[in-house]
Design a protein around this ligand. Sequence first.
Ligand code: ZN
Length: 469
Amino acid sequence: MVKLMMLGFDGCSPEQVYKHADELPNLKRIMDAGGWGVNKSVVPPITPHAWTTIFSGKNPGTFGYWDFQYRSSYSYIEDQRATSMTCKEPRMHNILPPEGIKMGLVSVPLSSPPLYVSNGFCISDFMTATTKSNWIHPASMAQRVTDTCGDWIFDASTVDENFRKMEKGKLINRIKDMDVQRFKLFKEIHSEYDFLAMDCMGTDRMGHLFWSEFDPQHVRFRENSPFKDAYTDHLKFLDKNVGELFDKTGGPDKVNVVVLSDHNVQRLDGRININEWLISKGYMVLKEGAEKPTIQTSLAKLPIDWAKTTAWGTGYQGQIYLNVKGREKFGIVDPKDADSTLDQIVKELYQVPDNKGNAIKGSKITMRKDVYSGKYAHLAPDAFLFIGNGNWAINERVGYDSLYSYDTLLGQDDGIHGDDCTFMVAGPNVPRLGEITKESSLLDVAPTFLDILGVPIPSDFEGKSLIQK
Ligand SMILES: [Zn+2]
């Protein structure tokens, strides 16, 4: 019989879940029986390394990626893409003793290509396009999954259509069809495994596309939108599925359950075109004679004079790299001036107003040295941006003729990731905790899993079990 079920609701906003808890009776049952709270995400709060931290118990400096794209040397371009193979630190499927614990990993990032679970199986994550590619290990499990759930859906996007461009009614149905598969599978196999973990990508996608439908503060809010309840309706849909799963398993009286997210999604106010800004301030210099592009141009294609450039920016939430002498190929910042240069850039960034000229409040810029440690920390960006409580995203492209932009090249985006994560835990091995008010983060999740399963917590884990009062 299953000992622990992890129900991952990707990007699920604790603020929304707890606000609507009375309409979510099955999630409420977990909260009432055990504990609930808000974990801080990783820096920056983005899916690939957030889930790796959840499953490894370590910060991204130990495994070497801090976004989907990262660098593995002091290159100017983040030319590597994180996959399931990138992390060399032990994760749950390596840490748990295979002789005692049969494990099933169901589309939990990063698991593309599918991870080799010696006593169990793995279905790959949302980075997989279709079941025509390598999607499940062992392959012998494929037929059973397909017979139970139909052809596996990895993400809301289809081969032909990015979810950001999909008609919204169609998108809602697609997301439901995807998320329900995870529950169908758990209902079918729960008695055969000890630890089952799933990730429902729907909650993240709903946040990105439907935030403007219900939040009056959103720049795109329209009154009485036909989709005004779509986000909470999806939470109710998931809750109903949790209830049906509990009917099969006996619920938190019989089975330990963790519900969690890797970050939240919140209102997007706009994007700051970070490299446009660095150019305007003279921190980034284009090659002599080169015109600033008038069409959106990626960093890789920008004619940057690296020998005159102090810093560059990348990413979605935003990160700043300094061009340091003796480190980057054409570095110009003397290492002894690196801290003060970075401080100066950060100070000026805090002053950037919004696109209407008003001050942006609540920005929080984190220095890498304060949050990353380990083997790969030195390759990470020097600073991570979190502008206006994280409501402002970053665009690294140049060519807008403005410091501001909104949607991505992929299409509509009404939400952005924030650093609050949903966390609920209950079960026979979990005391009644109520609201967990002590500071907690994603680093605390792996030790919590092990504590629930009665497995010793490795000494190099960075967090602490959340089921200890
Ligand atoms: Zn997202």
